[in-house]
Design a protein around this ligand. Structure first.
Ligand code: GDP
Ligand code: IMO
Ligand code: MG
Length: 433
C-alpha cells in the first residue's frame, strides 16, 4: 500500500509535471494534494506540449485514475476548462478524474481581494500568480469557505455565496476602495456548475484509503516547491499551502505510514518567480543564459523567472524537511556549454560562514553565497541513456550534489520530452560510495 510523493525541492517549476507524467506508468493513481491553478505543470511528448494547472499530470495515461484532493483549492471555471482541453485531445476524463467533495473553491472575490491586497502592498508585494490562492486558504481556515460539495446544492450555494460576497464587498469597498462584485451575477454563474462538476465529485479520502488497502500505488503530486511552503519556505514570500511532505497526508487524507518514498525534484540550477530572497540569483550574462536556454518563463503567468546557481544549502534544508529518499535531477542539459558551474555550499552572514538555511527572510536576504566551482562540459547530453554516457564533468556534478546532501539520485532529465531521461537501471548515483 505505498504512497510515493513527488515534491519540488526549490521554488517551484523544477519539472514536476514531466517527472510525474513519466512515473505515471508505474502507478495506479496520481493525486494532487495542495495548491490550485497557481501551478503550471508542463508535459511534452512528440511535438506536443501541454500545461496542466489543476488536473494531475497522470491524466495522459489511460490506466491511471487522477485525484484532486481535499487540500487543493479548486477554481471550478479553470478545472472545467482544463477537462474540456483534455477531452479535445482525445482522452476520457469522466471516471478517471475524481474531485474531493471537501476541496475548497476559489471564487471571483478571492482573485479580486488578492489583486487589491497586492496593489496595496506596493513594493512589499509577494508577486503572486493572481489565482486567488491566498484568500481562498484564508477563508478555509477562517471557516467561511465554500466547498465543492456546496456546489451540488443550489440553495445552499446561493445562501453561502450571498453571505460571502456581501462580506467581501464590504472589505473591497472600505479597505481597498476597490470595485465591488455583483452578487446575483456570481450566484447565477456558479449555480450552473452543479451538473457539470457532479460526475467528478466524490469522497476521495475513502477512495484513496480503500485503494491503499487493495495494494494500489499512489503517486502524490506536489505543486509549487518546498521553499514556497507557508511554514518552511521563505515567509512571507511563499504560497498559502504545504507543498512539503506533510501536506500530502492532510491534503489527501492518507496515513503517514503509507508513505514509502519522497522524491525531490531538483532543477540543476535555481529559479524563482515572484518576489522574495534568492541568495544565488544571477543578475549577469550567465543568469540571462540560463533563462534563455532553459526557457525560464512562467507556465502559468508567462513571467520571466529569476535564475541562479544551484543552492545546496537550501537543498539540504528541504531534503531534511521532506525526508527525500531520492532525487530526480532535471534540466541538466541547460548547463551544457558553460565553462564552469558554481554551486553554493555555504552562506556568509555577519562575517561568519554557515551551512544552516535561515528561512527567516530578514537573514536570508542578507546572506552571501559561498561557491564551489566545478568544471563544465561541452558535449550534447540529451540523448544519454545511462549515467556512464554523460561527460565526466556532468557525472561529477551529479556526484557532488548527492555527496553534499546525502541523498541518492535515481533519475536524471536531459530534455523536456519523456524519452530525454536517464532512469531505471540507467541511473543510481549514490550519496555515499
Ligand atoms: P513544474 O511546475 O515543476 O511542473 O515545472 P514547469 O512545467 O513549470 O517548468 C519546467 C519546464 O522545463 C517546462 O517547460 C518543461 O517542459 C521543461 N523541462 C522539464 N525537464 C526538462 C529538462 O530536463 N530539460 C529541459 N531543457 N527542459 C525541461
Ligand atoms: P508550480 O507547481 C513557481 C509563487 C508565485 C509567488 C508565490 C505566491 O508550477 O511549480 P500564489 O499565487 O501561490 O499565492 O503566489 O508563489 N508560485 C509559484 N512559483 N511555480 C509554481 O507552481 C508557483 N505557484 C506559486 O510566483 O511568488
Ligand atoms: Mg510550473
Amino acid at each position: 500500500m505505498p504512497v510515493t510523493i513527488v515534491i519540488g525541492s526549490q521554488w517551484g517549476d523544477e519539472g514536476k509535471g514531466k517527472i510525474v507524467d513519466l512515473l505515471s506508468d508505474q502507478v495506479d493513481i496520481v493525486a494532487r494534494y495542495q495548491g490550485g491553478a497557481n501551478a503550471g505543470h508542463t508535459i511534452c511528448w512528440g511535438d506536443e506540449t501541454f500545461v496542466l494547472h489543476l488536473v494531475p499530470s497522470g491524466i495522459f495515461h489511460e490506466g491511471v485514475t487522477c485525484v484532486i484532493g481535499n487540500g487543493v483549492v479548486l477554481d471550478p471555471v479553470a478545472v472545467l476548462d482544463e477537462i474540456r482541453m483534455i477531452r479535445e485531445l482525445g482522452y476520457e476524463v469522466e471516471g478517471r478524474l475524481l474531485i474531493s467533495h471537501n476541496a475548497h473553491l476559489i471564487m471571483p472575490y478571492h482573485k479580486r481581494i488578492e489583486a487589491a491586497r497586492e496593489q496595496a502592498r506596493d513594493a512589499g508585494a509577494i508577486g503572486t500568480t493572481g489565482r486567488g490562492i491566498g484568500p481562498a486558504y484564508v477563508d478555509k481556515f477562517a471557516r467561511t469557505g465554500i466547498r465543492v460539495v456546496d456546489l451540488l446544492d443550489r440553495d445552499v450555494l446561493r445562501e453561502k455565496l450571498r453571505v460571502a460576497i456581501e462580506e467581501k464587498n464590504a472589505i473591497l469597498r472600505s479597505i481597498y476602495g476597490a470595485e465591488e462584485l455583483d452578487v446575483e451575477a456570481i450566484i447565477e454563474e456558479y449555480v450552473e456548475f452543479d451538473q457539470l462538476i457532479d460526475p467528478y465529485v466524490t469522497d476521495t479520502t475513502e477512495y484513496l484509503c480503500h485503494a491503499l488497502q487493495e495494494g494500489k500505488h499512489i503517486l502524490a503530486e506536489g505543486a509549487q516547491g518546498a521553499l514556497l511552503d507557508v511554514d518552511f519556505g521563505t515567509y512571507p514570500f511563499v504560497t498559502s499551502s504545504h507543498p512539503t511532505a506533510g501536506g500530502c497526508c492532510t491534503g489527501l487524507g492518507v496515513p503517514p505510514t503509507a508513505v514509502r518514498r519522497s522524491i525531490g525534484i531538483v532543477k540543476a540550477y535555481c529559479t524563482r518567480v515572484g518576489n522574495g530572497p534568492f541568495p544565488t540569483e544571477l543578475h549577469d550574462e550567465t543568469g540571462e543564459r540560463l533563462r534563455r536556454v532553459g526557457h525560464e518563463f512562467g507556465a502559468t503567468t508567462g513571467r520571466p523567472r529569476r535564475c541562479g546557481w544551484l543552492d545546496l544549502v537550501a537543498l539540504r534544508y528541504t531534503s531534511m524537511v521532506n525526508g527525500f529518499t531520492d532525487y530526480a535531477i532535471t534540466k541538466l542539459d541547460v548547463l551544457t556549454g558553460l565553462d564552469e558551474i558554481k554551486v553554493c555550499v555555504r552562506y556568509r552572514y555577519d562575517g561568519k560562514e554557515t551551512t544552516r538555511f535561515p528561512a527567516e527572510v530578514q537573514t536570508l536576504s542578507r546572506v552571501e553565497p559561498v561557491y564551489e566551482s566545478l568544471p563544465g562540459w561541452k558535449e550534447d547530453i540529451t540523448g544519454a541513456e545511462r549515467v556512464e554516457d554523460l561527460p565526466a564533468a556532468a557525472q561529477r556534478y551529479l556526484q557532488f550534489i548527492a555527496g553534499y546532501t546525502g541523498v541518492d539520485i535515481s533519475l536524471v532529465s536531459t530534455g523536456p520530452k519523456r524519452e530525454q531521461t536517464i532512469h531505471g537501471a540507467g541511473v543510481r548515483i549514490r550519496a555515499a560510495v
